[in-house]
Design a protein around this ligand. Structure first.
Ligand SMILES: *Cc1c(COP(=O)(O)O)cnc(C)c1O
Length: 388
């Protein structure tokens, strides 16, 4: 059996896949089983921050794998504590809780927000306001947090206590009550179509949270770790959330998530309130340390912004592109006509790995992509669109 046949027969049918089995990669290029080359502007959905098999990242990870590959949470882990110190030094946050994925990081944030409220106000103050069109993960609770009806099927009963607001402050206020404990937002909605929240709206949310002692949670699972041209996207908005989650780009290709809190929340979680067997794995943390060291450099982040602006201008000159929304290298492309999924599939055939969000094409290229690789990506996209 070939890969495709094995997959169809033995892997549960939860994904619609492009007709390609990837075998290897280097930098921004991936190679399939037949040796065909693809330029990847999706980074495995914003995961491979430095592209495929970056030399420094490979060295960090392989060295660690050959040294100690896992220890239980009964023991201190040097790579994890170094990563936590690094992140807390670079940001206004004061403590980290590690997990293995974005959904788990959000679960942790939801637990912290609810426990903070429970400890201070007692039972019954546990509702969390999230936004329509959001995406927060695939566990039963994070599906519940996700403000899209299509995700609220089959798996009843869902976790209670989530309310969905429109992205305007009056809508948020109309859902606010004595039961509300937190507001959970993506500053740029990724899966929902690269929707960049209005800055004033975000500032008003921060104010509302301050006035009502609500925990503001920023889901930066997709926007975090340099993607939007700042180490974390909240810097673009000039706010400090009380909790921030990140995951996708943090490990450079290995599974890791984390939730960070400000001083106010740093003692909410105590022994036996949370945990995970696999979290803070030393190999994954060694990779993440390398990623943070590379990406947190100001000139690296400046380049992400410049490349984002460059890509945007190039894309706007393509016939058939109606509009482009981007913050750094998180890019949504609205087409004048045609189905984005159909165009994306044709791009893949033409050697460009690109993804979609709603009816937009979406690019999340490696943060170290070169200008000539961006040119090549736009060239292939242009050719594909003109072919129709
Ligand atoms: C991808 C994503 C998640 C879920 O992350 P997983 O690692 O797939 O669990 C949650 N929130 C946002 C904003 C995401 O983009």
């Amino acid at each position: 059996m070939n890969t495709k046949q094995q997959d169809k027969k033995y892997i549960m049918n939860t994904y619609g896949r492009y007709d390609v089995a990837l075998k290897s990669g280097k930098g921004c290029y991936a190679f399939d089983e037949d040796g065909k080359r693809y330029l990847d502007v999706s980074s495995g959905i914003g995961v491979n921050s430095l592209g495929y098999c970056d030399d420094g990242w490979v060295e960090a990870v392989t060295k660690q794998a050959a040294s100690i590959q896992h220890m239980s949470n009964y023991f201190y882990c040097p790579q994890a504590s170094a990563l936590a110190e690094k992140l807390c030094t670079l940001t206004p946050f004061s403590k980290v809780c590690f997990s293995n994925s974005g959904a788990e990081a959000n679960e942790c944030a939801i637990k912290i927000a609810r426990k903070y409220s429970y400890d201070k106000y007692g039972d019954g103050r546990n509702e969390i306001i999230t936004l329509e069109n959001s995406f927060h993960g695939r566990t039963v609770t994070t599906l519940s947090a996700t403000g899209q009806d299509i995700f609220h099927n089959y798996f009843f009963p869902f976790t209670e206590g989530f309310k969905y607001a429109q992205p305007d402050i009056d809508s948020v206020k109309s859902l606010l009550s004595g039961k509300t404990c937190a507001i959970l937002i993506e500053l740029v909605q990724g899966e929902g179509g690269v929707n960049i929240l209005d800055k004033d709206f975000v500032l008003e949310i921060r104010k509302l949270c301050d006035e009502n002692d609500l925990v503001l949670i920023a889901d930066e699972v997709q926007t975090g770790v340099g993607r939007t041209g700042r180490l974390f996207c909240c810097d673009n908005f000039g706010i400090t959330p009380d909790l921030i989650t990140c995951a996708k780009g943090l490990g450079g290709g290995l599974p890791i998530g984390l939730c960070m809190c400000t001083e106010k929340l740093s003692d909410v979680m105590q022994p036996s309130t949370h945990g995970s067997t696999f979290a803070a794995n030393p190999v994954v943390c060694a990779g993440a340390n390398y990623i943070i060291d590379t990406i947190s450099d100001e000139s690296f982040l400046d380049e992400v912004n410049k490349k984002g602006a460059y890509l945007r201008e190039k894309l706007l000159s393509v016939k058939g592109v109606k509009s482009v929304r981007n913050l750094g290298l998180m890019v949504g492309i609205e087409l004048e006509s045609g189905d984005a999924h159909d165009i994306a599939a044709k791009c893949v055939k033409n050697g460009l790995l690109i993804i979609t969000a709603k009816n937009l094409l979406r690019m999340l290229p490696p943060l170290n992509i070169t200008y000539s690789e961006l040119d090549e990506a736009v060239e292939i996209l242009n050719k594909t669109i003109q072919e129709g």
